[in-house]
Every structure is written in structure tokens, then in C-alpha cells.
Design a binder for this molecule. Sequence first.
Ligand SMILES: *Cc1c(COP(=O)(O)O)cnc(C)c1O
Length: 430
Amino acid sequence: MSLSHSRSHLLQQKAEAIFPGGVNSPVRAFRSVGGEPPFLTHAEGAWLYDEDGNRYLDFFGSWGPMILGHAFPPVVEAIREAAGRSASFGASTAAEAELAALVQQCFPSVEKLRFVSSGTEACMTAIRLARGFTGRNFIIKFEGCYHGHSDCLLVKAGSGVATLGIPGSAGVPPETVMYTLALPFNDLEAVRAAFAAHPDQIACIILEPVVGNAGTIPPAPGYLEGLREITREHGSLLIIDEVMTGFRVTLGGAQRLYNVQPDLTTLGKIIGGGLPCGAFGGRADVMNCLAPLGPVYQAGTLSGNPLAMAAGIAMLNHLIVNEQTIYPQLERATAQIAEGVAAIARERNIPLTTNRVGSMFTWFFTSQPVTDFASASTSDTAAFGRFHRAMLDQGVWLPPSQFEAAFVSTAHTAEDVAFTLNAAHTALSA
Ligand SMILES: *Cc1c(COP(=O)(O)O)cnc(C)c1O
């Protein structure tokens, strides 16, 4: 059985004439799994609908934001209502402080914050701020971690970059990344060595506390605490990038799950309820270095956009009020799916390593434990590609790269779990 994609195919051809690769963000092009991406018309709850009338159970959730499923009525209503009052002012509104208060309720480490329009902007600015605050140039990031596509962070940056087999990116002058130290994840010794080699020169460590952009990789016990200790000892800032994990692995992100207090946090994805929104925040003394109070410049025409604020407020209010039911339910459904498919693979002697934290997970096509980018890279990406195509043909849309986390939403039902396991039975016998 094969689904028809004739309308999507025509649209893809048109798109390729005008967009490089036919897309406006590279991993959407399905290059690493093969085949052409279906063009979507709408989505509701956990289901995506395409131009050819096919439907797919969604396990990528717009790359993270859709934790409540698509077209969640309170979010839709909030956007509609805000749009009627104007899509943008470029001046302050009460909604910004309202969303900020909800963010602070979830992230007590955020004493002050600023809204931006993407995770890229949040991370780029957090780095500038850390450098401005400490007066130091070097930064540490980890192999396989993605913090958006700003120049100095585009080194060993996981997902899209790994998928395309480009080590960094063309167009980034070596001088721009000469202060970026990219170290293996889950290796405290490498971090200690870097601090020893660059005494009083390292402004910050930035990391994904649970890596999502190399596929899901949890931190080893004691790893985050170790980073906190080392940065404190050296007067360096710890930036936890919770763009993916924030409001996802717990309401208060990975910093709550692992009980570690960063100096700065970056947020995105869920925070805007599906609209373009990001934020960075943390210690007040650090945040007060930002213009207009301090010398670190940052600005944005659409920052704190009223539609994004309205969507974010509706989203976070729902998550906060229903926290006690939502997160255990996500945990249960995701465990059933992730471990259910792992069991099918075991029955068939297919080497598969399943990593999961809350409602984010990855099936790595390798027999090795995956604890860093090097071990993730042992995956058989061709086997993942075949699995991806076979699942899509059964109506299950997984993230189109071995090196991306899959997400479950509150809209995924017990029936959807059964549907997925059934599809995997077929896909893994192909
Ligand atoms: C998605 C992501 C970003 C970049 O966010 P954009 O909104 O795509 O710019 C940064 N960091 C992490 C951890 C992400 O998952």
C-alpha cells in the first residue's frame, strides 16, 4: 500500500523553483530520510492533514510547540481575539507582563526576562549578554547541541547540520567561531580541561540540558550539577537552553527535573503556543546589563508581539492549571509508544536504542547506548530512513531525521498509541 502524494508532488516542484530545496527550513525537505514531504492543509489535535487527503498521526508537534495538540481551542480563541485588536503595536502592552509572570511561575530562576521572536534570537542574545557581563570572550557548547543558527553557535550543532553532513556552515568566518569551544556532552573532564586551558577567559557554558537536536540524550547523573559547580568556581555563567525542554519535560523544564539553577535560561517553542516567540532571562544583575539599563544591545520590532503573547498566555495558563493531570498523562502515553516500539524491534532482533525523557524520545537505530553525539552517530541512518518512510506510509509522521526528538501531545489518545504500535509492526517487518 502506498499513499498518493500527487498534489504534494506538484506543490513541491513549484516550491523548488522559488525556495532553495523547496523549503524555508532545511530539515523539512526530508533529505535524510528520502521521499518528498507532504504539504499540509490543516491539523487538529494529534492529526495532520495533507493536500492529497491523507492524514498522519503527528509525532513532531511543529518541532516542539504543540504540546496540547493542534488548533487547541483556547489558543485559537486567544489569537483571534488579539488579532482583532491589532497584530502589532511596537509599544508595550499588559499582556507582556502577564506572560512573563506565568513564565516566572514555572521558572523561579528567571528574575527578569526579555521576549524575542525565536529561540535563535534568545540564545544569540544570551551569549552576548554573558560576554558583556563577564567581559570574557570564550564560550563552551557541546557537540550535537543546537542553539539556533547564529554564527558563533553554529559549531557541531546537531540535527539539521548533522543531517546534511555539514560540520558547521559555510559563510561563518573562522574568526567568528575561534572563541567557541565545542566539547563532548556528558564529559565533565573535558569541561575541566577547557577551563584549565583558558583561565578567566570563559564567559559561559550553554547547553541543552536534555539534548534534543542530536536525538534525545539525557544528562548523566551528576553532569548538570557538575557544570553548575565548575561555572560557579570559575566566575562563568551557566546558560540552560530550554527552548525545547521548557514546559515539556516538566512545566519548569529540565532545571526543575534535575534540580539545577542556571544563571540564564533561554525559552522558545511552547512559550508562544505555536506563534513566533522566544525569551531569555535569569539573574537580575545579569539581565540589568541589557540596553537601555546597560551596555549590551538587543532589540526587536516584533518582540513581545501581541498575538504571540496571547497564544502563550492561553497555552501556559492551561498547562499551569492542569499540570497535575497533563504531565503524568504525557509520561504514560509516551512510555507506551516508545517502549512499545522498542519491544517490537527486540522481538525482531533489530538493534534499537530508545532514549526518553518525559514526552520527548528517540529511537536510535544502533545497539549502543546513546550518551553523546559520537554514540548517536553510530546509528544506521539508512535504516531510520526506511522506518520513517514505512511509518509515513502507514499514516504516522515521525521527525524526518535520526537526529531529532519526537514529541507526544496531550491530544494523543490510547487509540493513537495502538495505531502507532500497529504501524510499527508493519514498518519493522518491511
Ligand atoms: C529549536 C531550538 C532552538 C532554535 O529555536 P528557533 O525558534 O528555531 O530559532 C534553539 N535551541 C534549542 C534547544 C532548540 O530546540
